[in-house]
Design a protein around this ligand. Structure first.
Ligand SMILES: Nc1ncnc2c1ncn2[C@@H]1O[C@H](COP(=O)(O)OP(=O)(O)OP(=O)(O)O)[C@@H](O)[C@H]1O
Ligand SMILES: [Mg+2]
Length: 359
């Protein structure tokens, strides 16, 4: 996928801008608080219909204005597409080729992007639910089937928890709910297993290429059951937990309790890795994510790297940028232009207080 033109109106600190991007490398520089992250955030919004950093959409509207408008024209497998999101006080309107779509699911993932943000370093220290959110977000972008199963599972889980809180739990209803949940869980586990396997396949090699550190990096899927060949292990899990679930009046096992674990040389990353190592593991994870999306969809996402160069030493900055292949479009923000980049083929932009100027 290649974003050709991005247009913003009243988005964050931008009043009105239009940017024509290079199909490969785009370097966006600017001092602090000028709008670099805001620009990438607008692209993430078009991909996910939400920001990667806040949940209140109204904060995205430029102060004092009524609405924000983000639109972009991009190329997807040789076909030109136009998508637009208008954020207003009461919600949002999503459009494809200027026609409003009824459901977000018809819009999410049309433009597929992978973003690295310095906030991603929290990944290792966050709660399992935050890592599950990332996993769900990435799999949802490539599979509507996963999204359907996940939504059904969440509705069933809600129902099950209400039932467990009731004074006398109807066992027949509980049996039926468990059975329905197992059906959805099998689909979800299958997708999650494939996701983690794909990341695991690449993350170590990518890490070593960026860092030249020979540490072993691995990602492990902490699944609620080890065997999904038939219904029995999941059913058994529910039966085994039943006593506990009744006691705690909530569902204590299932795919809503799963996690992914990152390890360096066999120990949890959060316990041993240095700041620089963590940064490179996250980067390797994001690049592995690009490969996962390509494998699953045969389409190449756009890579957004926000402030990726800071804290990396010169050698690593250079290795990373050398790895940015010609096969995908990349937008990198930085406060300064790295000296070794001066001769490289790329389009440069400078952002000053919400205005974007090609250099
Ligand atoms: N809704 C809004 N209306 C107007 N301005 C806003 C709004 N939301 C954020 N801003 C402004 O956007 C600026 C921050 O932009 P951004 O986060 O993109 O900075 P940046 O260039 O990435 O900086 P840094 O290098 O520090 O990361 C701040 O000046 C902030 O006040
Ligand atoms: Mg920023």
């Amino acid at each position: 996928m290649i974003i050709q033109r991005l247009q913003l109106r009243n988005f964050r600190n931008y009043e009105k801008v239009s940017v024509d991007l290079d199909p490969h490398m785009n370097l966006i520089t600017g001092k602090n608080a000028q709008g670099k992250t805001n620009l990438l955030e607008s692209i993430v919004y078009l991909s996910l219909t939400r920001s990667h950093r806040i949940s209140n959409d109204r904060k995205l509207i430029r102060n004092g204005e009524e609405f924000a408008d983000i639109s972009c024209r991009f190329e997807d497998s040789g076909i030109e597409k136009e998508i637009e999101a208008v954020i207003h006080q009461k919600g949002k309107t999503l459009m494809v080729h200027r026609q409003p779509v009824r459901k977000s699911s018809e819009f999410i993932g049309l433009l597929n992007v992978v973003m690295f943000s310095p906030d991603d370093l929290r990944l290792f220290h966050d709660q399992p639910k935050d890592r599950r959110r990332i996993m769900n977000q990435e799999i949802t972008k490539i599979s509507p089937v996963y999204l359907v199963s996940l939504s059904r599972y969440q509705a069933l889980l809600k129902e099950r928890n209400i039932l467990l809180k009731s004074d006398s739990v109807n066992m027949r209803i509980l049996d039926t709910l468990d059975e329905q949940m197992v059906t959805e869980e099998k689909v979800i586990i299958d997708y999650r297993r494939k996701f983690v396997d794909s990341i695991q396949k690449d993350i170590g090699t990518l890490y070593r290429r960026i860092s030249s550190d020979q540490s072993e990096i691995s990602v492990k899927y902490v699944c609620c059951t080890d065997d999904i060949e038939n219904d029995d292990p999941l059913k058994e899990m529910y039966l085994m937990c039943r006593q506990r679930d009744m006691q705690y009046r909530t569902s204590t096992a299932g795919i809503h309790r799963e996690d992914i674990r990152f390890e360096i040389n066999g120990t949890p990353v959060e316990e041993t890795a240095s700041q620089g190592q963590k940064r490179m593991i996250v980067l390797a994870f994001k690049l592995a994510l690009m490969n996962y999306i390509v494998r699953e969809t045969s389409k190449c996402p756009v890579l957004l790297l926000d402030d990726v160069l800071s804290e990396l030493d010169y050698e690593k900055q250079k290795r990373l940028l050398d790895m940015m292949s010609d096969t995908y479009q990349c937008l990198i923000t930085s406060t300064e232009i790295p000296s070794f980049l001066k001769n490289q083929k790329m389009k440069e932009f400078q952002i000053i207080n919400g205005t974007i100027n090609p250099l």
